[in-house]
Design a protein around this ligand. Structure first.
Ligand code: 13P
Ligand code: SF4
Length: 364
């Protein structure tokens, strides 16, 4: 029997999908686990067995015994699930177009070129720890594994950088310059010692002197969603509501994080607002679906949760996972057909696992 095609599912309304998802989950029982990132839309998020930020979901995947792990998130997350699970477990991404535009800003070819160019000034394998944000392709995690490096998430970036500096003097941090800069600055590394590597320019657009004096070489990548937040938005809002507490994801620009009372991962943002005083007011710099959910969760206690930007900042790739795709993959599983499996080739997975296991060891 061949797998059912997606096209007929595109014609189903959300209610019909909801019922089909519930029925399929009942049939699959504990053979299935659904993981849902906090940026997922509500119609998908509510079906997750476990929800979390990237670190928490990686751990859930690693600890899962289920045969099928359906990852409602983006491509790199489903890759991590495949890397951290047994070969007989199957990792599935409901829509293959759910990538991460930031992850796409660093590829192996450019990172290898950077490593090569850096070797004209230093000995990278002795002097630089490569650190990749988990928002990156599996082959970059493998690169880090192979070169004595490590993976980080927004939760453990500081612990990972501390470990990295205990190994070598400098760090090459990719793809997100903001997470690297915000974390480095909190560790008392001056801005002048964090230089940006422009992967479109020879030598990253840097002089040998700039490379020699740098502690962190930041890849010129960013998240198009978090890049939209600006410190003026904080000033404007505070003029109206001076008592507001500001909370930001560390993928936000440096000036925004500097003006924030709290900075941390999606899970941290959720927990911090939940622990806040009832009736408090929050201005939040992270993805819109999560901020809307926080607003709905807390409005009955009189807590006000506001979105920082006047523009809509949704992660369009997270949004690709819709109830239609979820119903499609689950009904195929009920029929014994696997669609949209994510497989990381074993050689690459082995090195990537090394970098991920270093991360899990140093994580709080
Ligand atoms: P978290 O790990 O904080 O959930 O972040 C993932 C992400 O992609 C944020 O843009
Ligand atoms: Fe990637 Fe930004 Fe979307 Fe997170 S919010 S998945 S970093 S594009």
């Amino acid at each position: 029997m061949s797998a059912a095609a997606i096209q007929p599912y595109a014609l189903l309304d959300d209610q019909e999908c909801e019922e089909r998802i519930i029925r399929a989950r009942e049939k699959l029982g504990d053979r299935l686990v659904i993981l849902g990132h906090h940026y997922q839309r509500d119609e998908v998020f509510r079906h997750a067995d476990f929800t979390g930020d990237s670190l928490k979901l990686s751990r859930q995947a690693a600890n899962s015994k289920a045969e099928y792990i359906v990852f409602c998130g983006v491509h790199f997350m489903a890759e991590v699930a495949d890397i951290l699970t047994r070969p007989d477990q199957v990792s599935i991404l409901p829509d293959m177009a759910a990538g991460c535009s930031m992850a796409d800003m660093a590829d192996l070819q450019h990172v290898e070129k950077a490593w090569q160019e850096l070797s004209e000034v230093l000995n990278p394998d002795e002097q630089i720890t490569p650190v990749t944000y988990i928002n990156s392709a599996a082959n970059l995690k493998a690169f880090c594994g192979e070169h004595g490096g490590i993976v980080c998430t927004s939760t453990n970036a500081r612990h990972v950088l501390e470990w990295s500096f205990s190994q070598r003097d400098k760090v090459l941090f990719f793809p997100d310059q903001h997470l690297g800069r915000n974390t480095g600055f909190n560790m008392d590394i001056p801005l002048e010692q964090m230089v940006v590597w422009d992967y479109d320019k020879p030598m990253g657009g840097l002089t040998p002197e700039a490379i020699e004096q740098a502690r962190i070489i930041l890849w010129k990548g960013f998240c198009s969603v978090h890049q939209m937040f600006q410190s003026e938005q904080i000033d404007n809002f505070k003029q109206k509501y001076p008592e507001t507490k500001i909370i930001a994801h560390p993928e936000s620009p440096f000036e925004v994080c500097q003006k924030s009372d709290y900075v941390g991962s999606t899970e941290y943002i959720i927990n911090t607002i939940a622990e806040g005083e009832p009736g408090s007011r929050w201005l939040v710099a992270t993805e819109l679906n999560l901020v809307n959910r926080l607003h709905d969760m807390h409005k009955d206690e009189g807590t006000n949760v506001h979105f920082m930007s006047p523009n809509v900042c949704m992660c369009s790739t997270m949004f690709r996972i819709d109830p239609q795709h979820l119903a499609w993959v689950l009904e195929n599983l009920v029929e014994g057909e696997v669609v949209n499996r994510i497989v990381v080739p074993e050689k690459e997975a082995e090195m990537a696992r090394l970098a991920l296991s270093r991360m899990l060891e140093v994580s709080p």
